[in-house]
Ligand binder design. Structure first.
Ligand code: OKP
Ligand code: ZN
Length: 343
C-alpha cells in the first residue's frame, strides 16, 4: 500500500500544552512523523507526496467561518503584538452566549476550541492543510481502485469537529477522506476509530447521517480525554440514529478484552455493508504510551491489521495519535503489514 506523506507537517510545532492542569511540552511533536516515516521506509512501503486539492474539499466537512478562522488566526495574534505559540484561555460554558461569533482573537480562540492542549503557531495552517491533502490523496487512490492507502497525517484530526478544534486536531482528516469517498460514488462508508481517544470530531460531523457509520473504541471519557463525549449511549440523531457506536473501555484494557470488542465492532460493520472503510489509526493504545492507559503490546498491532483486513473492504488508513515516540513507527508499520498480509 502507498504511504502519502508531506514534510510540511514540520511547520507545526506547538511548544507547550495544558495537560491535566500543567503546562508541559507538547506530546504531539514533529519527531512522531519522522519515526513513522523511517519505519515505513524500512518496511519498503512506497512513499508519495500528496496531490493538490481545492478549498472546496475542506468545506465539505467544516464550516466556512471556521476555515476562515484557522487560516487567519495566527496573523490576528501577531497583529495583536503576540508571538510564540497561541492557546485559548476562556471558553463559553453553560449559560453563556454561543450564538455570537466574536471578533477578538482571544474570544475567537475560545469560541472555536474546547481545550488548552492544542496550540497553534505560524506554520500550523500550512502543516494542517498538507495533512488534509495527504488524507484526500489516500482517499483518491482508493476511490480510483487501489485496495488500500495510508495517509501519514500530522497533526492528527479525529477530535476536529464541523467548527471546532481541540485534542491536537484542526481539520478532520478521516472525515475529509470519508466525504471524498462518498463524493466519488462510494454509497456507504464506515469510519472505524481505534485511537485511544474517542473520535468526537468525526462523531460530530456525521452525527445526523446514515451514509457514514462511525465506530470508536476508546478510553472511558469519565476519566479520559475528550471527557465530555464518547459514552455508549451516544448513537446519533435524526437520520443518523443508530449509525454511531461508542465502546468506552476501562484503564488497563489488554489485547484479549480489546480484541473481543473489536470483533463486535467488525460485526456492526458487516451488518452495515459499507462500500469502503476509513480507519482512524492511533497507536496510543500501546502499553507505554505516556498519555493513555490501555495495555496493547507491539505484537498485537499486526493482529489488529489482520482483523481489519478480514472485512475485505477498500480501506483508507489515516494516522491519528501515538505518543510513545520511539515505538510509534514500528507499531504503525505492524498494523499496515498485518493488513497487507491478510488482504
Ligand atoms: C489526541 B489523539 C487535557 C489533556 C489533553 C489531549 C489528548 C489529545 C489526544 N487536560 N490531552 O486522540 O491522540
Ligand atoms: Zn489519541
Amino acid at each position: 500500500m502507498k504511504v502519502i506523506y508531506s514534510d510540511k507537517h514540520q511547520a507545526h510545532q506547538g511548544g507547550m500544552e495544558l495537560h491535566r492542569g500543567e503546562l508541559v511540552p507538547c506530546y504531539e511533536m514533529p519527531s512522531r512523523a519522522q519515526f513513522m516515516l523511517d519505519a515505513l521506509r524500512q518496511a519498503d512501503f512506497p512513499i508519495l507526496p500528496p496531490r493538490d486539492f481545492t478549498p472546496e474539499h475542506l468545506s465539505r466537512v467544516h464550516s466556512a467561518d471556521y476555515l476562515q478562522f484557522l487560516r487567519t488566526a495566527y496573523s490576528q495574534w501577531q497583529a495583536a503584538g503576540k508571538s510564540g505559540f497561541m492557546l485559548p484561555s476562556a471558553f463559553p460554558a453553560r449559560g453563556q452566549r454561543q450564538d455570537k461569533i466574536p471578533t477578538g482573537i482571544h474570544a475567537k480562540l475560545g469560541y472555536y476550541s474546547y481545550d488548552a492542549s492544542t496550540p497553534m503557531v505560524a506554520g500550523t495552517w500550512q502543516a494542517v492543510e498538507a495533512g488534509a491533502h495527504c488524507a484526500l490523496t489516500a482517499a483518491a487512490l482508493v476511490a480510483e481502485g487501489e485496495h488500500s492507502a495510508y495517509a501519514l497525517c500530522r497533526p492528527p484530526g479525529h477530535h476536529a469537529g464541523y467548527a471546532t478544534f481541540g485534542g491536537y486536531c484542526f481539520l478532520n482528516n478521516a472525515a475529509l477522506a470519508s466525504q471524498y469517498l462518498r463524493d466519488q460514488g462510494k454509497r456507504k462508508v464506515v469510519v472505524l476509530d481505534v485511537d485511544y481517544h474517542h473520535g468526537n470530531g468525526t462523531q460530530d460531523i456525521f452525527w445526523q447521517r446514515d451514509d457514514v457509520l462511525t465506530i470508536s473504541i476508546h478510553g472511558d471519557p469519565a476519566t479520559e480525554y475528550p471527557f465530555f463525549l464518547g459514552y455508549a449511549d451516544e448513537q446519533g440523531e435524526g437520520a443518523g440514529l443508530g449509525y454511531c457506536h461508542n465502546f468506552p473501555l476501562p484503564a488497563g484494557t489488554d489485547w484479549p478484552t480489546y480484541q473481543q470488542v473489536l470483533l463486535k465492532a467488525l460485526q456492526l460493520i458487516k451488518d452495515f455493508r459499507p462500500d469502503a472503510m476509513v480507519v482512524s489509526l492511533g497507536v496510543d493504545t500501546f502499553e507505554d504510551d505516556p498519555i493513555s492507559a490501555f495495555k496493547l503490546k507491539s505484537e498485537h498491532y499486526p493482529l489488529l491489521g489482520t482483523h481489519i483486513a478480514s472485512l475485505g473492504l477498500p480501506t483508507v488508513f489515516i494516522q491519528e495519535g501515538g505518543y510513545a515516540v520511539a515505538e510509534v513507527g514500528e507499531n504503525v508499520a505492524a498494523v499496515l503489514q498485518g493488513f497487507e498480509q491478510a488482504a
